[in-house]
Design a protein around this ligand. Structure first.
Ligand SMILES: Cc1ncc(COP(=O)(O)O)c(C=O)c1O
Length: 484
């Protein structure tokens, strides 16, 4: 598709600007000489219809939850109510300046405080910070909390290790390593859960904690989670839970009751903000009592009917985000929680788990299912052995021809040729059935006409891309020199 610069003619305009209210010279004088533009900006010169057609055509090349099923495992894109976007766009929220005095932002502080209370209730944990801007940022903040805790208790010198099950999300080991911890991998057992014997072998006074993805990236809930947290605690370590997969147990179980010391939410995954595309997101952390003194500042405190910011926390790790975090994401999260209520939230996890198990059972006879057991919100198939020479990448590309966004592939690393599927809680049965039909058809094609898969996609705006080159040498804009 041509760029917008290839459309239009010199001098053509899409809009008429109003007359200047003052003479141009007078206005120009207000801009320091050195800061004035010497040449007019090189803008596209197109009419309004050309402009609209260009961007409409571009949007049609895109695929999103508003166009079709998007069953990415782990980093899923789920449908989020548009109403919450409207709420986040209310001028009373968007027009706020973060430096306004406390007295003038009581409404916004009430939103943050109320959301904090709900999240603490959902987690079953007494402390919270809303500051982190994403899940991985929450993890890093959590690692800083653990460091500060052991520093304060005079144990940081020896507690240098974070235990990480090999079924953890990829960001977990990265966060632990960035915080300066040594990462020790704990293998999974045949059931896809933490190998308890391996855990026991690695537990000693050098362990600062464990990072558990709950449920893990195989979509499996650790049945022995109470034993895991008890073991870690008895060795003096802390338990970090990655809660980005909360839609698997929302409203049904609380990490605080399972022994979590730190739990991160992905508001932009569970609570009504589109996930992916680089944000903005929010990764609040709920914490257990002993970690409260170390939480970032400021803390929002309610005194009578008034809200106040408390910076007086001498043991705090400091700020991890300017001001209060990504405020509008929090407005949407609060709206989601209030809209659904307790019963609605429990329904979310029921529907997410039911949809995943429905797909799992319908596909497992045709595709290899390495961990064949009840799953939570997602499950992992393998493309291995489907047909001679066929790889998971081929299956994923062929799905595009059937109008579906491919699932996450080649993750988690503990499944070869992985195909990780998360249907989410919002898809009707007809959509799930259509996806199954496409997957079964692709399996048949793999045997009868493998070239169809190998050369796929056939019906997409672009054919098979050189993915390594697209990452290493991205061409994201057309240089002006080629335009003019
Ligand atoms: C289980 C899990 N943990 C952590 C993350 C990282 O979250 P973020 O992309 O917001 O940094 C994700 C991403 O969705 C995830 O699925």
């Amino acid at each position: 598709m041509p760029t917008i610069y290839a459309r239009g003619q010199k001098g053509r305009k899409a809009l008429a600007l109003p007359e200047l209210s003052r003479p141009e010279e007078e206005l120009l004088r207000k801009i320091p000489e050195g800061m004035r533009r010497r040449e007019p900006p090189r803008l596209p010169e197109v009419s309004q219809p050309e402009l609209i057609r260009h961007y409409t055509a571009l949007s049609r090349l895109n695929y999103g939850v508003d166009t079709g099923f998007y069953p990415l495992g782990s980093c899923t894109m789920k449908y989020n109510p548009k109403l919450h976007e409207d709420l986040a766009r209310l001028p009373g929220f968007t027009g706020l300046h973060p430096l306004l005095p406390e007295d003038e932002v009581q409404g916004a502080l009430a939103v943050l405080w109320e959301l904090s209370e709900y999240l603490k209730g959902i987690a079953g944990m007494p402390g919270i910070t809303l500051e982190p801007a994403a899940g991985a940022h929450g993890e890093l903040t959590g690692m800083f909390l653990i460091k500060r805790y052991f520093e304060d208790h005079g144990e940081l010198e020896r507690r240098r290790k974070i235990l990480l099950p090999d079924s953890a999300h990829g960001t977990n080991p990265a966060s632990a390593a960035m915080a300066g911890f040594q990462v020790v991998s704990i293998p999974s057992d045949r059931r896809g859960m933490v190998d308890l014997e391996a855990l026991k072998r690695n537990l000693d006074e050098t362990v600062a904690g464990i990072m558990l993805t709950v449920p893990n990236t195989l979509g499996i809930f650790e049945e022995d989670i109470l034993t895991v947290t008890e073991l870690v605690h008895s060795a003096g370590g802390l338990c970090y839970f990655d809660g980005a997969n909360l839609n698997a147990f929302l409203g049904r179980a609380r990490p605080g009751d399972m022994g979590a010391d730190i739990f991160h939410f992905n508001l932009h995954k569970t609570f009504s903000t589109p996930h992916g595309g680089g944000g903005p997101g929010a990764g609040p952390l709920a914490v257990s009592e002993p970690l409260i003194p170390y939480l970032p500042v400021p803390e929002i405190v309610k005194e009578g009917e008034k809200f106040r910011l408390n910076f007086d926390k001498p043991k705090s790790i400091g700020r991890v985000h300017p001001y209060f975090g990504n405020f509008l994401v929090m407005v949407k999260a609060l709206a989601y929680i209030l809209t659904l209520g307790d019963a609605g939230m429990a329904e979310v996890s029921a529907a997410a788990v039911l949809a995943a198990n429905y797909l799992r059972v319908r596909l497992k006879g045709t595709y290899k299912l390495p961990y064949d057991r009840l799953c939570k919100h997602e499950f992992v198939l393998s493309g291995e052995g489907l047909a001679e020479g066929i790889r998971t990448l081929d299956i994923a590309k062929r799905l595009i021809d059937y109008g579906f966004h491919p699932p996450t592939i080649y993750f988690p690393l503990i499944v070869r040729e992985a195909l990780m599927i998360e249907p989410t809680e919002t898809e009707p049965k007809e959509v799930l059935d259509a996806f199954v039909e496409a997957m079964l058809k692709i399996a048949e094609e793999a045997r009868t006409n493998p070239a169809l898969l190998k050369e796929a996609p056939h019906h997409a705006p672009v054919r098979r891309l050189d993915e390594a080159r697209a990452v290493r040498e991205p061409v994201l804009r057309e240089p002006f020199s080629q335009v003019f």
